[in-house]
Design a protein around this ligand. Structure first.
Ligand code: ZN
Length: 420
């Protein structure tokens, strides 16, 4: 078994680990976005990752930023604690994730001079921007667009996590596309936002129950924690080696100790996170008054019970799911949307009728191919929706596809007759 076993299963769909192992990417910046990009490239085991950032980060080694993820470091990461300079050499891709316009200009000039393909990107609380820069692009346009993104803040939380997933996936596609994926020239801008900057959001923190601490659960929890939120968290699986390429907050020690996932995640994120030692089933009950339940599980049987519980208790639910290169985030609120089973056309009821022994894991089942980026994008998007669902009754749902990016849709409003 290896850390990237689940990723290697994607070989049937065109994944080439060999090509990724030959690849060299250089990331410039010490923003949240830059740090998460580095995490992704290491998680996917790109051959060489060069990272440089301002000396304001004292020792810019991967260890110092994310001690939990040291197991990614294979000796091929090079950190430089200075402003951008020519020591990035000639990578296959250069990624500008800095916020300083002057430094952006330097990086653009270098990419033209050294003939290195450049991707310029930004993420703030109000949006995401990324673009593969061409020789005929106007540097002024690129800078002005990014300055608009930074207008309210220049280093977002959920948007940084989402953007890093989209960007690292785009770079990966150019090196090792899956069948049907086109590594196209893409410029994506999302306005996913966000009232994070509005005072009302700071007044009360929603009480959150997160069920599932796997791929999407790791990134949901990381993003909530970056937003200053915390949750009660339950998951009765233990950390396995093949989880590590996606569940980036777990470590080799968690594997060795056969640590419970929810317990390991809660202890990593701090004392405001509480581990709930319980396997979610039909008999779940609690005196806690939760504002929202996050469903980050990997099978429809668990979703069936969670949907029932949330409908009965009238607690808003945000469900998510992922496949190899796609995913979905779906709010479910009694009286406002159809229940989760009706939104997925009876699939949960079907899984329940067939019984748990049939093991209906789907959307990320443990023997299917899986990569880090959809988990990251979907987990962060789910966390991004929490305050919108709880405080704004904003019930937009989203799909993510590697070919189309993130697309918003409205959930079904009414349950099927069979459910009513
Ligand atoms: Zn229903």
């Amino acid at each position: 078994m290896s850390k990237i076993d689940r990723q290697l299963l994607a070989a049937q769909r065109g994944w080439s680990q060999e090509k990724l192992e030959k690849a060299h990417v250089a990331v410039v910046g010490s923003t949240n976005l830059a740090q998460l990009l580095v995490t992704d490239f290491l998680a996917m085991e790109f051959g060489t990752v060069t990272w440089c950032g301002r000396p304001s980060i004292p020792t810019i080694t991967f260890d110092s930023f994310n001690p939990q993820a040291q197991h990614f470091v294979t000796g091929n990461i090079f950190g430089h604690a200075t402003a951008f300079d020519e020591y990035v050499g000639k990578p296959d891709f250069l990624i500008d994730a800095v916020n300083d316009p002057e430094e952006k200009m330097q990086i653009m000039a270098y990419s033209i001079h050294a003939q290195v393909p450049l991707l310029s990107c930004s993420a703030s609380k109000t949006g995401i921007y990324y673009k593969f820069v061409n020789a005929n692009d106007s540097a002024r346009d690129i800078l002005q667009t990014q300055e608009r993104i930074w207008a309210n803040s220049n280093d977002g939380t959920s948007n940084s996590v989402i953007a890093a997933g989209l960007i690292s996936d785009n770079i990966r596609k150019r090196i090792s596309p899956l069948t049907n994926e086109k590594p196209h020239e893409i410029q994506d801008r999302y306005q996913l936002n966000s009232k994070e900057r509005n005072a009302g959001y700071e007044e009360r923190k929603p009480r959150i129950l997160q069920i599932g601490a796997g791929g999407t659960g790791n990134f949901a929890a990381l993003t909530l924690s970056m937003q200053g939120l915390s949750a009660d968290i339950m998951d009765n699986d233990v950390v396995e080696e093949s989880n590590l390429s996606r569940q980036v907050l777990f470590s080799d020690a968690d594997v060795a100790n056969r640590a419970n996932k929810a317990k390991a995640l809660a202890s990593r994120l701090g004392s405001s996170w509480r581990f709930i030692d319980y396997k979610f089933g039909s008999d779940f009950s609690t005196k806690e008054k939760y504002d929202v339940v996050l469903c980050c599980v990997d099978n429809n049987l668990a979703r069936y019970h969670i949907n029932k519980y949330c409908m009965a208790q009238n607690i808003p639910l945000i469900n998510c799911g992922t496949g190899l290169n796609h995913g979905v985030v779906m709010p479910v609120v009694r009286g406002e949307t159809a229940c989760l089973d009706c939104q997925v056309l009876g699939e949960l009821g079907k899984a329940y009728a067939q019984g748990s022994s049939a093991g209906q894991r789907n959307g990320g089942g443990c023997h299917e191919a899986a990569i880090v980026t959809p988990n990251q994008i979907v987990g962060a998007l789910l966390a991004d929706r929490v305050r919108k669902v709880v405080f704004d009754n904003n019930l937009s749902a989203f799909t993510y596809r590697t070919t189309d990016g993130i697309i918003k849709y409205s959930p079904f409003e009414i349950c099927r007759p069979v459910c009513r």
